[in-house]
Design a protein around this ligand. Structure first.
Ligand code: ADP
Length: 460
């Protein structure tokens, strides 16, 4: 087992990894930017090293600085968390070359799955269904127009290097294709430095269903059930739950098998996620693989009683999976709400600031993963997600009631968050019935915002 792990991340996930290390008796070193000197992952860690100024490119994305700290502090492994360097193939390679274990898949596998268009082709070759679309990349507007004619509108333009919903455009009419293709490509170049685009048929009113998988160095691959991440804003997840109301045991088995097949085809190792869209007619299609631990991993931990970060560390250290597929038991229901410092009424604009007073919910079946504490000042340089509330209960309805109760207990003074909106969602009849799609939030946001405004008025 590793002796000392460097955590190359910040925020709640750095604290999460630190907890796993501590429980496993492994020493940990965290790194931080000057904007994060007072952050939880610095205060919690036995050893923490400043790696640069606030801009991520100068700190959390600075591979040389991170590797230098890892070597100087005697770390034998690096956990990248999510975001930042977690899906950076060059960083995985650099760790390997420095003789330090990268807690994740190899650089080769990250490369293979990181190009979403190439990943699609690989999945097709092993019989995992993909959304009908362009065969390979679409170079320019003219080709985009032709692909649109061939597969039929509406379509979705995507960036092969994309993530976080960026570089994507929905196209409903042929006449919009040229402009939107240019826009999407420009966004991809700006965000990812890549002009590689592809096109998929836009599935109307789908659900986003993803499967957690674990794979060790010995070819063993298991899946830990699904997460329904259909509550999204701007193609980004806000709330996740497991199990999904949309899946029957038979469909779960077929999708789970496809996820395992996908991971095996990729030669995958460590924890990963196979993402699908599920059409209203129950056809499912692979959209991409995430080669890292995900924000929403705790809902899977709640229903499996497994610690996924611990599993990641064990796998990277060369241990076999701690459970076989038959030993994986999915119990009860779990929901996660992401708490973002943002204003839902202003197009979810980030609202960094100082949390003057905080009170987090507790009680049975409640887990809080956050980087906030009383007096914490959220820096403006990074992601607006500052915490997650995760609940577990025997049934979905009990989990919903528990989450409502948690959101009512939650107090964050001084910072605008999306907690009120979450509360509205937890009461929305479409959500409560469980048959919501990725269109749910966009469609019902105006009404929910109106209700929130009325509540605020009546309380004033
Ligand atoms: P990113 O990597 O930017 O998150 P994804 O490919 O994972 O992009 O897609 C993000 C979201 O966009 C999905 O969760 C889903 O809601 C929606 N989406 C992706 N592909 C399709 C599709 N072909 N049809 C309809 N919705 C889609």
């Amino acid at each position: 087992m590793f002796k000392k792990i460097l955590i190359a991340n910040r925020g709640e996930i750095a604290a999460r990894i630190l907890r796993a290390c501590r429980e496993m008796g492994i020493e940990a070193v965290t790194v931080y930017s000057t904007a994060d000197a007072d952050s939880l992952h610095v205060l919690f860690a036995e050893q923490s090293v400043c790696i640069g100024p606030p801009r991520a490119g100068d700190s959390y994305l600075n591979m040389d600085a991170i590797l230098t700290v890892a070597k100087a502090t005697g770390c034998d492994a690096i956990h990248p968390g999510y975001g930042f360097l977690s899906e950076n193939d060059a960083f995985a390679d650099a760790c390997r070359d420095a003789g330090i274990a990268f807690i994740g898949p190899s650089g080769d596998v990250i490369r293979k799955m990181g190009n979403k268009s190439a990943a699609r082709a690989l999945m097709q070759s092993v019989g995992v269904p993909v959304v009908p679309g362009s065969d390979g990349l679409v170079r320019d507007e003219d080709e985009a127009v032709k692909v649109g004619e061939r597969i039929g509108y509406p379509v979705l333009i995507k960036a092969a290097a994309g993530g976080g919903g960026r570089g994507m455009r929905r196209v409903y009419e042929p006449s919009e294709m040229r402009d939107l293709f240019r826009e999407a490509m420009a966004e991809s170049v700006a965000c990812f430095g890549s002009d590689e685009m592809y096109i998929e048929k836009l599935i109307l009113n789908p659900r986003h269903i993803e499967f957690q998988i674990l794979a060790d160095k010995y070819g063993n691959v298991i899946q830990l059930g699904e997460r329904d991440c259909s509550v999204q804003r701007k193609n980004q997840k806000l709330l996740e739950e497991t199990p999904s109301h949309a899946l029957t045991p038979d469909l779960r088995k077929r999708m789970g098998d496809a996820a395992v097949r996908a991971a095996k085809a990729a030669g995958y190792e460590n924890a990963g996620t196979i993402e699908f869209v599920l059409a209203p007619n129950k056809e499912f299609y692979f959209i991409e693989m995430n080669t890292r631990i995900q924000v929403e991993h705790p809902v899977t931990e709640m229903v499996t009683s497994m610690d996924l970060v611990r599993e990641q560390i064990r796998i990277a250290a060369g241990l076999k999976l701690s459970r076989t597929q038959e030993e994986v038991e999915l119990r009860g229901h779990a929901i996660e709400c992401r708490i973002n410092a943002e204003n839902p009424a202003k197009e979810f604009a980030p609202c960094p600031g100082k949390a003057d007073f905080l009170y987090f919910p507790g009680g049975p079946g409640v887990r809080i993963d956050t980087c906030m504490y009383n007096g914490y000042e959220i820096p403006p340089f990074y992601d607006s997600m500052v915490g997650k509330i995760i609940v577990w209960a025997p049934t979905r309805l009990e989990a919903i009631r528990r989450m409502r109760r948690c959101l009512e207990e939650l107090t964050i003074d001084g910072v605008q968050t999306n907690a009120e909106l979450m509360h509205q969602i937890l009461y929305h009849p479409v959500f409560v019935r469980g048959n919501y799609t990725t269109a749910f939030l966009e469609e019902h946001l105006p009404t929910m915002l109106e209700w929130m405004a009325r509540i605020e008025e009546s309380e004033a």
